[in-house]
Write a protein of this length. Structure first.
Length: 248
């Protein structure tokens, strides 16, 4: 069965498969490339799964993942491997936001372009971007989030929101599960591409608060996340991007 279970019901192996699958799908969708990472909090522990610094994102497997604490120290993992340079980004968000169980960080150029031009901030222009009606903050410091201080600065910019852009750098998506972080990463880039295309034609008219409220009225997040997860997992298994026997 491909019905995703709530994060709290995942075995560690299932959670590892989900992180690996989510990463491979984001690469296949050209949202992530040779850099970027997906993390997942391990239920009941102050620790999370994340890939190593150099492992190809398109060949990620469950056994490649590290277990790190919120300070970015490796607790478990293949001998000799290093955590990603931006592990503090994940650790500090997971430490401070108990509603977040999974974080995705990637560097999508066209989405990023809204942080490079003056007077055209990224706005909500598609219905599934209702997730970000509270705001789409931009973190001003473009540096690699390479230590705890820089990670905590990102946490402050994120506030209670569910995503942010790091100026001239990339995107950070936060969600309650790996399934939801895949859903939100795809919708975040879809929304940015819709605005990017619209801006090429003329002045963009973002959705109004009333537009978003009317969409939200009938929107069931849990069901939508499950639907999208099953769609992308099935597609990825058919293409061989994700192993057919992964029970996720
Ligand atoms: Zn980065």
């Amino acid at each position: 069965m491909n019905q995703p279970s709530p994060q709290s019901h995942n075995s560690e192996l299932q959670l590892r498969m989900k992180v690996a699958a989510c990463t491979a799908i984001l690469v296949d969708e050209k949202i992530m490339n040779y850099s970027g990472h997906v993390s997942a909090r391990l239920p009941g522990r102050d620790a999370f799964l994340i890939q190593t610094i150099d492992q190809p994102r398109n060949g990620l497997r469950p056994e490649h993942l590290l277990v790190c604490d919120y300070d970015g120290n490796i607790l478990e993992g293949p001998a000799g491997e290093k955590a990603p340079a931006e592990v503090s980004l994940h650790g500090e968000i997971l430490r401070s936001r108990k509603d977040v169980n999974s974080v995705a960080h990637f560097h999508h150029d066209q989405t990023n372009s809204f942080t490079l031009v003056e007077g055209v901030p990224l706005r909500v222009v598609k219905n599934h971007a209702v997730r970000w009606t509270s705001g789409l903050p931009v973190h001003a410091d473009p540096a690699h989030v390479a230590n705890a201080d820089l990670g905590q600065a990102v946490v402050r910019t994120l506030g209670d929101h569910h995503a942010l852009q790091i100026r001239a750098h990339g995107q950070v998506i936060t969600a309650e599960s790996v399934e939801a972080v895949l859903n939100d990463s795809i919708h975040f880039v879809e929304n940015a591409m819709a605005m990017y295309n619209a801006a090429a034609i003329g002045k963009v008219a973002p959705l109004t608060d009333a537009d978003m409220a009317s969409f939200e009225l009938y929107f069931k997040r849990g069901r939508h996340v499950n639907k999208l997860w099953r769609y992308y997992i099935e597609g990825a298994k058919t293409k061989g991007v994700v192993a057919r026997d992964w029970d996720i």
